[in-house]
Design a binder for this molecule. Structure first.
Ligand code: HXC
Length: 257
């Protein structure tokens, strides 16, 4: 597959996706969206791939949606085309996707990172929703996902002032899983992805699905949903293998069945 705005590389069972519009600090235009969605569909469909890492450059994960592409659009264009709705496909990727963020993750860049399953941040990372400075609001889910991640007080302050949050504050606030020295970010993200990709594939899907259910369901429904998925895994060969491997003190040999 040929991509114009991203680089895609398979490293064993890990797919590494690098945003590659350095001249625009990886601003997310329609082509980036099309490329990312195509890459994620291919990743999901490939049984040889278990986890993806999405990253940018040392200076910018992504500096936002492409302001130059949007600036002349009117309401009819935006509403008529349901602008940004295509990002829902990215967010529906079934296998885990890690965001490895160095430098700026602003506006749509922060929103893209939050669409991934978790964020690993370089100590240089800066997160923000500065759309208010452009006379608009987040449009790719930022007001919702940021509020889920860091709570109302910080999300509201960031959306209303456009101020950036550094990596340390982002970790303290629950926006990122871990902060890593910038020169080790990619190695760490790839190792983390390898760990995930080495697990039983159906259990990986089920774990991702049930954690995400926590954002859509009441506690009671979510606990029930978890239990049913858990029960379902007892119909898989990999559950028998995983538990036998534990008893026999050896690593599991997964079939994805
Ligand atoms: C298009 C962008 C861009 C963006 C940067 N560039 N961000 N182009 N869309 N979001 C371009 C610049 O125009 C410039 O191109 C080149 O990238 C380098 O950027 P500089 O500004 O020269 O770099 P620097 O001075 O280091 O400043 C870095 C920065 C700044 C602080 C990240 O670029 C910035 O504030 N960018 C915009 C951040 C933002 O507002 N993001 C939210 C966008 S709206 P040239 O051709 O001049 O060299 C959004 C959500 C949309 O994401 C929701 C609905 C609107």
């Amino acid at each position: 597959m040929e991509y114009q705005t991203i680089l895609v590389e398979q490293r064993g069972r890990v797919t590494l996706v690098t945003l590659n519009r350095p001249q625009a600090l990886n601003a997310l235009n329609g082509q980036v969206l099309a490329d990312l969605n195509a890459a994620m569909v291919a990743f999901d469909a490939d049984p040889g791939q278990g986890c993806a890492v999405v990253t940018g450059s040392a200076k910018a994960f992504a500096a936002g949606a492409d302001i130059k592409e949007m600036s002349a659009q009117g309401f009819a264009d935006m509403y008529g085309s349901n602008f940004f709705a295509g990002w829902e496909q990215f967010a529906r990727t079934r296998k885990p996707v890690i965001a490895a963020v160095a430098g700026y993750a602003l506006g749509g860049g922060c929103e893209l990172a939050m669409m991934c399953d978790f964020i690993l941040a370089a100590d240089t990372a800066k997160f923000g929703q500065p759309e208010i400075k452009l006379g608009v609001t987040p449009g790719m889910g930022g007001s919702q996902r940021l509020t889920h991640a860091v709570g109302k007080a910080k999300a509201m302050e960031m959306c209303l002032t456009g101020r950036m949050m550094d990596a340390e504050e982002a970790e303290r606030s629950g926006l990122v899983a871990r902060v890593i020295p910038a020169d080790q970010l990619l190695d760490d993200a790839l190792k983390t992805a390898e760990t995930i990709a080495s697990m039983a594939p159906l259990a990986v899907l089920a774990n991702k699905e049930m954690v995400n259910a926590a954002f859509e369901m009441s506690l009671g429904q979510g606990v029930q949903y978890e239990r049913r998925l858990f029960h379902g895994l007892f119909g898989t060969a990999d559950q028998k293998e995983g538990m036998a491997a534990f008893v026999e003190k050896r690593p599991g040999n997964w079939t994805g069945k």
